[in-house]
Design a protein around this ligand. Structure first.
Ligand code: BTN
Length: 318
């Protein structure tokens, strides 16, 4: 990171002369750089005798505003903000192929063709929190699905901190009041030996009303704005999600049991009668548990089945 960016991202006052000496330029050159950053949208205050300080704007998602709020060591430490993009997944894959570091983050204000699971479209209007995160986990490929459950737990915990009671529907949905508030999409590049990288995409409905979504999705969707009736600071929410995710991610693979226990606590799937559509098959039964590799164990008429992927419908018992 450039010295001036680092000073600003720390969120503390620093003097023009400290910045000048770290940058190896004159104080006039520092104030020119500050003027350029202000033009980009940053709110940088200057106080006589104290120097400059970055003041993150409410809901500001510019890279230094994200960095100023981050409480992680790795995840999110290299952020890019795009006004619009087809999909943050595709954009980040390009960076991953060029060797981008673990934790690289791409956030978009809107996506033109956001990707959901099973090649579905993901509506991504302005106001949502749409991001992809690059991971280079040292996990065998058959355990990568754990990361979907891990991000579900991280999102549910972050929402709880805002007083929003979330539940998790296997494998990748975060629900509030039975409606989807967040979806998680994991795309991995691997060879038979090891996982090269994983792109974890998270789409969280935040500062827009789901009444404005297309008809086919709005009945099943909900946003934090719908629930709270006020806007949330997306950078803060992002930072909280990443903080929870990193706490679990750092401990892998030994944290798997803890991740599964946390997932079970938030689950609205376990114990319920379910219908699962998986690779063209319909599986009916009772969701019993999640296995160590993230698969769902379902008690069917023919015995316990291990389901690795699919769309779950929770059957109403009333
Ligand atoms: C799903 O529930 O089907 C997964 C939805 C994942 C959406 C996110 S938004 C950020 C990232 N970029 C995409 O194109 N998709 C994911």
């Amino acid at each position: 990171m450039r010295p001036l960016d680092r000073l600003l991202a720390e969120g503390k006052f620093f003097s023009g002369s400290v910045a000048a000496s770290q940058m190896g330029v004159s104080r006039a050159a520092v104030s020119k750089q500050i003027a350029r950053l202000r033009k980009e949208g940053y709110l940088i205050e200057s106080v006589r005798g104290k120097g400059y300080v970055l003041v993150p704007r409410f809901d500001g998602l510019l890279p230094l505003e994200i960095l100023a709020r981050l409480r992680t060591r790795v995840l999110g430490r290299n952020p890019t903000l795009l006004d619009t993009v087809d999909s943050t997944q595709n954009f980040l894959r390009g960076l991953a192929e060029q060797g981008a570091a673990e934790g690289t983050l791409v956030v978009a204000l809107e996506q033109r063709s956001g990707k959901g699971r099973a090649s579905r479209c993901w509506s991504s209007p302005p106001g949502g929190l749409w991001f992809s995160l690059l991971l280079r986990p040292s996990l065998p490929i058959h355990q990568v699905s754990i990361l979907t459950l891990m991000f579900g737990v991280a999102v549910a915990r972050a929402l709880m901190l805002h007083g929003i009671p979330a539940s998790l529907k296997w494998p990748n949905d975060v629900l509030v009041r039975g409606r989807k508030i967040c979806g998680i999409l994991l795309e991995a590049s691997s060879d038979p030996e090891k996982v090269e990288y994983v792109i974890a995409g998270i789409g969280l409905n935040v500062n827009f009303s789901t009444a404005d979504l297309p008809d086919e999705v709005k009945e099943r969707a909900v946003s934090t704005l719908d629930i709270l009736g006020r806007r949330l600071d997306r950078a803060e929410l992002l930072s909280t999600i990443l903080m929870h995710a990193e706490a679990m991610y750092e401990g892998l693979p030994s944290s798997i049991s803890g991740i599964l226990d946390a997932w079970r606590l938030f689950s609205c799937t376990l114990g319920a009668p379910v219908t699962i559509s998986s690779y063209g098959r319909i599986i009916e039964g009772k969701a019993l548990d999640v296995a160590q590799d993230g698969a769902l164990l379902v008690e069917t008429e023919g015995g316990v089945e291990k389901v690795y992927s699919g769309d779950v419908t929770i059957k109403s018992t009333t």
